[in-house]
Write a protein that binds this ligand. Structure first.
Ligand code: FES
Ligand SMILES: [Fe+2]
Length: 453
């Protein structure tokens, strides 16, 4: 397919999505396609670079790596954030490594050039030995990278022409603001090295169609009461509690253990005889109980029933191109995916929860990536991971041409790929940003939609 640019010219994208519910397999391994993403997608998008609790105090910094680019994100004196390309302006050595605190700024380990926490060059040893044109300010300051803070995270963009962060991540930002995502803190953080393409890795988590087959323990009899028998309220509550326990143990925190305990206290609840009313009563009562429990402990948590009433209590928020949040009651899981090669991905999972206001949680330490078959993975991610390497291998089968998506419930995958095609075609931001509004939504059960590209 060719995409028509504003000047009427057409830019062709290899293996483009021309039938919306079919995704060509080459998009997941072809080196030339991957190279197009490297050149035309990643340098133009806002990326979640770190969680703010990784850099809690002024002058704390972390290094964010994406493909061959290293970026240093620094907390400023006023606790804002700024970022720089991580390369000494002398001969290119990275000035920062990993994480730390740069009270006096950064000193290059090679010849000792120095930079303030604001990136300005503050020292060149034996400066008189250089010709004047090689020491001109601001050419010898660290190169700034756009950086904004929102939602408890710092975000970077390598493209000076991109619109501000918020415009590019709506309506995700509005939904997550209502759910007070900024007051979440890291409880744990894991990473996985997956032998699959970065898009394939994400796509295992953005639809519900796989749940019953991949996660059979979530098929819990009684959660969806049969219509031909009288409603059994006790059996229904037991099934709901079993579901919450399975999600909590299985995901190691997708439903937070605190919220499961709050739900357990409702075990003897009296529910109406009508199943629809019973479900509504259960949800409303549990939402109220969770909200109250956390508020009594000084935690900043939204009124979950009020969010329900406004249609903002979403089970998932997707943020193009590599980040999402899965809110469950008070807490959430959060994911980030980074390509390491055409068929290799670094995936991270955070368990996020609310802390009493004023508490300073420990600075989270980046995890050593585990392999996808590491026995330490909890059952639910282990099940998802077990399919992925098989899928990446299967895609190479000579007789397999393209994915056949359900246009009703796997539409997000198509919408996401067509947005990528817009970037690969080099479309301007004023055409791409509106398209992202169809992507940055709850992707579960999402149909194929016209994204305007
Ligand atoms: S490369 Fe940094 S001081 Fe020489
Ligand atoms: Fe899953």
């Amino acid at each position: 397919m060719a995409i028509v640019a504003p000047d009427g010219s057409t830019l062709s994208v290899p293996y483009a999505v021309d039938v919306p519910d079919r995704i060509r397999k080459e998009r997941y391994y072809d080196p030339a396609f991957y190279q197009l993403e490297v050149e035309r997608l990643w340098p133009r998008v806002w990326q979640m670079a770190c969680r703010l609790e990784e850099i809690p105090a002024a002058h704390d910094f972390v290094e964010y790596e994406i493909l061959d680019q290293s970026i240093v994100v620094v907390r400023t004196e006023d606790l804002g954030v700024r970022a720089f390309q991580n390369a000494c302006r002398h001969r290119g050595v990275k000035v920062a490594q990993g994480r730390g605190t740069c009270e006096q700024g950064f000193t290059c380990p090679f010849h000792g050039w120095c930079y303030g926490p604001d990136g300005a060059n503050t020292f060149v040893s034996r400066a008189r030995t250089f010709s004047e044109h090689n020491l001109r300010a601001p050419d010898i300051d660290l190169v700034p990278v756009r950086c904004e803070a929102w939602g408890g995270c710092a975000w970077i963009n390598l493209d000076d022409a991109a619109p501000p962060l918020r415009q590019c991540i709506e309506p995700f930002a509005t939904v997550m603001d209502a759910w007070k995502v900024e007051s979440l803190r890291t409880e744990w953080w894991y990473a996985c090295r997956l032998p699959v393409n970065w898009k394939l890795a994400q796509e295992a988590f953005v639809e519900q169609y796989h749940v019953l087959e991949t996660h059979p323990q979530l098929r819990i009899p009684g959660r969806y009461p049969p219509r031909d028998r009288p409603f059994d309220g006790r059996a229904f509550v037991d099934a709901e509690l079993q579901y919450l326990h399975t999600m909590s143990d299985g995901m190691a925190g997708m439903v937070h253990a605190d919220d499961v305990r709050v739900a357990e206290r409702l075990r003897d609840i009296e529910l109406p005889a009508d199943p629809t009313l019973a479900l509504a009563t259960w949800n409303r009562t549990l939402n109220d109980a969770v909200t109250a429990w956390h508020r009594e402990r000084g935690r900043d948590v939204p009124d979950l029933n009020e969010l329900d009433a406004r249609g903002l209590n979403e089970p998932m928020g997707y943020c193009f191109p590599h980040h999402f949040v899965l809110p469950m009651y008070s807490s959430a899981s959060s994911y980030r995916f980074r390509p390491l090669g055409p068929e290799e991905t670094l995936m991270e999972i955070w368990s996020l929860t609310r802390c009493p206001s004023g508490d300073t949680p420990a600075r989270p330490v980046p995890p050593e990536p585990w392999e996808s078959d590491d026995p330490r993975w909890p059952p639910i991610p282990a099940q998802d991971f077990s399919n992925l390497p098989r899928q990446q291998k299967g895609l190479h089968a000579r007789g397999f041409e393209y994915m056949r998506l359900s246009e009703q419930v796997e539409g997000h995958i198509s919408n996401f790929h067509r947005a990528i095609d817009g970037y690969l075609a080099g479309l301007p931001h004023d055409r791409l940003t509106p398209a992202l509004r169809s992507i940055n939504v709850n992707p579960l059960e999402m149909p194929v939609v016209d994204i305007g590209i």
